[in-house]
Design a protein around this ligand. Structure first.
Ligand SMILES: C=C(CC[C@@H](C)[C@H]1CC[C@H]2C3=CC[C@H]4[C@H](C)[C@@H](O)CC[C@]4(C)[C@H]3CC[C@]12C)C(C)C
Ligand SMILES: C[S@@+](CC[C@H](N)C(=O)[O-])C[C@H]1O[C@@H](n2cnc3c(N)ncnc32)[C@H](O)[C@@H]1O
Length: 371
């Protein structure tokens, strides 16, 4: 074969491989986001690397970020940066629901995710005519599942403007646009909603971003109508976690650093904080415990896909289709996945400690008296 023909053949095969890797293999399992569409939220292309460096130096020592008041105040802004950096990668590699769920035998991840979300609606007794609050709504996967399953209307709040845009676009596409599902950009530590304006509230793997859980619970308590319910899936360490074990500490720090967390709480702290906020604790259960099947199998099974994704991201960065810095963010997530898997396998961590709380019916008269 002549040199020119060989060069042409190599070029065509090479281009074909790139196309296959990036456009075909690079599509999300739910065929939502494609690798070529990876943006970094509201961050401009040239700022991605800097923003990642800033994020990393802030969350490198997670416990310190929560303990000094000055840095605790900065947490929401850094959480916002985090979601600018990861939202597209999450959608691309995980889907529209940014949480875990117990595996279900013979069922897809998608089904398991939906069942875990519908459980929230069932616990709340949600029905048509109810207006629910989704505290930390992401791009709205849970919101759409809960609205469709229960017939309730849902209002979601997220700190990240880019997620608001994504969630609204998904809602429109699903035929669940306002008033069925609404999305507001705001801080759940000080929410832009009137007192006693919701018939129910829930948070799925979101309140772990708050430096003080009391502050979010206090806000949810304020906006709930008396007698109404709040369900939360909390990220916590379990009684199997030992602070003297360096392996445990490394695992938990890894989870905190790679997930924008100002320090994981202990499982036994949650109910006490809820009561301090004024709630009655109706139920508390770690949904990850047997007979539930492991929530981390999906993370583990994805390893080959992550390796492929990592190559896709590098190639796209090289071709200047993806902004510089995306590879570092992807690497960080890859490492985080190892820590999360270790946390699950050792049982020292759960992302689904469920609490079902009620604002006492008598709260109405007590609040009136206090005025
Ligand atoms: C509740 C939170 C997020 C939980 C999960 C949705 C995400 C935690 C870790 C994420 C991922 C890790 C590995 C990524 C992989 C390297 C990439 O190729 C594709 C995306 C990942 C699978 C990504 C997906 C989302 C997570 C599982 C926190 C933030 C409180
Ligand atoms: C891991 S995601 C979970 C999203 C959604 N609950 C789901 O399961 O798909 C956490 C969410 O909490 C939101 N969040 C974190 N801190 C927040 C804050 N201070 N105010 C409002 N939203 C916040 C993030 O923007 C993100 O949408």
């Amino acid at each position: 074969m002549e040199a020119a023909t060989m060069a042409w053949t190599a070029a065509v095969v090479g281009a074909g491989l790139v196309y296959w890797f990036v456009w075909v293999m690079g599509a999300a399992e739910v065929k939502g986001k494609r690798a070529v569409d990876l943006k970094m939220g509201s961050i401009t292309r040239d700022k991605v690397q800097d923003k990642y460096t800033q994020y990393w130096s802030f969350f490198r020592r997670p416990k310190e970020t929560a303990t000094t008041a000055a840095s605790a105040e900065k947490v929401p802004a850094f959480v916002d940066t985090f979601y600018n950096l990861v939202t597209d990668i999450y959608e691309w590699g995980w889907g529209q629901s940014f949480h875990f769920s117990p595996s279900l035998p013979g069922r897809s991840h998608r089904d398991a995710t939906r069942v875990h979300e519908e459980r929230v609606a069932d616990l709340l007794g949600a029905r048509p005519g109810h207006r629910l609050l989704d505290v930390g709504c992401g791009v709205g996967g849970p919101m759409r599942a809960i609205a469709a399953h229960s017939g309730s209307d849902v209002v979601g709040i997220t700190i990240n403007e880019y997620q608001v845009k994504r969630a609204r676009a998904h809602n429109r596409k699903a035929g669940l646009d306002s008033p069925r599902c609404e999305v507001v950009c705001g801080n759940f530590l000080s929410m832009p909603f009137p007192d006693a304006s919701f018939d129910g509230a829930y948070s799925i793997e979101a309140t772990c971003h708050a430096p003080r859980l009391q502050d979010v619970y206090g806000e949810v308590y304020r906006v709930l109508k008396p007698g109404r319910l709040y369900v939360s899936y909390e990220w916590v360490t379990t009684p199997l976690y030992h602070a003297e074990d360096p392996g445990h500490v490394e695992c938990v720090h890894g989870i905190e650093r790679g997930d924008a967390l100002p320090g994981l709480r202990r499982q036994d702290e949650i109910a006490a904080i809820a009561k301090e906020a004024g709630f009655e604790v109706l139920k508390e259960q770690d949904l990850a415990l047997p007979p539930a099947l492991p929530w981390w199998t999906r993370l583990k099974m994805g390893r080959i896909a992550y390796w492929r994704n990592s190559i896709v991201v590098r190639v796209l960065t090289l071709l200047r289709i993806a902004p510089k810095g995306v590879s570092e963010v992807h690497e960080m997530l890859y490492e985080t996945a190892q820590h999360l898997t270790r946390g699950g396998e050792t049982g020292i961590f759960t992302p689904m400690h469920m609490v079902l709380l009620r604002k006492p019916p008598a709260a109405a008269s007590t609040e009136e008296e206090a005025k």
